[in-house]
Design a protein around this ligand. Sequence first.
Ligand code: SAM
Ligand code: SF4
Length: 444
Amino acid sequence: MGHRVYIETYGCQMNLADSEIVLGHLGRHGFVEAGSAADADVILLNTCAIREHAEERVVGRLTQLLPLKLRDPRLRIGILGCMAQHHRASLLDRLPFLDFVLGPDEYRNLPTILDRQGFDDPTIEVRLGRDETYADVSPARREGVRAWVSVMRGCDKFCTFCIVPYVRGRERSLPLRLILDQVNEAARAGFREIVFLGQTVNAYRHDDVDFADLLRAAARVTGIARIRFTSPHPSEMSDRVIEVMATEQAVCPQVHLPLQSASDTVLERMGRGYTIEQYDRLLERLRRARPGIEFSTDIIVGFPGETESDFQATLDYLRHAGYDHAFSFAYSRREGTRAARWHETVDRAEKRRRLTTVIEVQERISLERSRAWCGRSVEVLVEGAARRGQGWLSGKSAEFKTAVFPSGRHAAGEVVRVLVRDATAHTLIGDAVEGQSPEACANA
Ligand code: SAM
Ligand code: SF4
């Protein structure tokens, strides 16, 4: 069979990183990346199962791809990742033209499956490995300034709403040495920023090395200007990690800290392992340790049993916490989780109302916080052309704010000081200022 592979990725950054691992692994076995689905011999959809909507998107996309298969029956189409693990063989009842269904710990077998002769019956491989970390596979990274490095896989938290522990298996971490090899390799390839990934990334532990040790070691790697991580779990944020945030300037002053709800009753039923007071104290400690730090979060509305006053508590907390950004979701019942056995008390229309309200409230907060940057300067790691048109560059500040400015002589990979003169809720707009101190900019 042909060896041109096209992969589409759905869901979180861990899936994007997994797709790079899959392409890296296939590359070692002689496969090359195709530019589009129409040019491919193999089409892979790396899928997400976190919400029903994510799964519907994949089914819709597969229906679109079907004519390609009808035109060329040698084309192989396979589903990878969380949705494959969640639905397994039942996916073939719905989508009988699929050639294979592979869970997140089965990617090593892909070259063999694809090279197998007389490939008639679909293959289903969905074992979860307690040890699989793909630590030895060099990911085929997309060009850019930011390299994603998965440092742990799986999750042991079993929040009652969440499918992740069932589809990604138990927590396991990569050895420090192999992670640092990846960081060094990325630095040599020109990446300036590293993002450590894991479902509960700060639960990283390998032998007696913990997440604080990992951050400190990575901060010493020459060529890497910035280190971020996502998503940490509030109950795993140790004093040692907070200390690293305070002392290692390469570790960015930005943390995505999923809250889910600000009602203790809801948090308890979600099995999150913290109260709102403990969470709030954590934000305060991080703010004290690293002045200027910015936070983002995840919110779920309409969880079974969430009352209007629980919901109001979440809105109040958003105003109090002052997140830079929040990803908000309507609760989606996931078969197999504990919450799936509970009666849904919030109907679809009410979930939608709560979701719209949360988004509106947070948008106002985001805009206010963005505007507060006007007149100040930020250090922007330039990523490339801005979407607003020719002659503009875009990048992120250390706090993970998107900033755009007229390009001048600057290019991707540079760190440029930008004086902010305008802002939308999610973008700072400014001009590059050379040779001026931040104070001079602020007073300009
Ligand atoms: N591990 C991270 C944590 O808990 O801190 C979150 C990872 S999860 C892939 C990303 C987000 O999806 C969660 O923070 C949650 O807000 C949302 N999510 C997970 N399960 C969901 C569900 N059943 N319905 C709606 N949103 C969900
Ligand atoms: Fe899901 Fe909770 Fe694990 Fe996050 S910590 S991945 S929400 S089970």
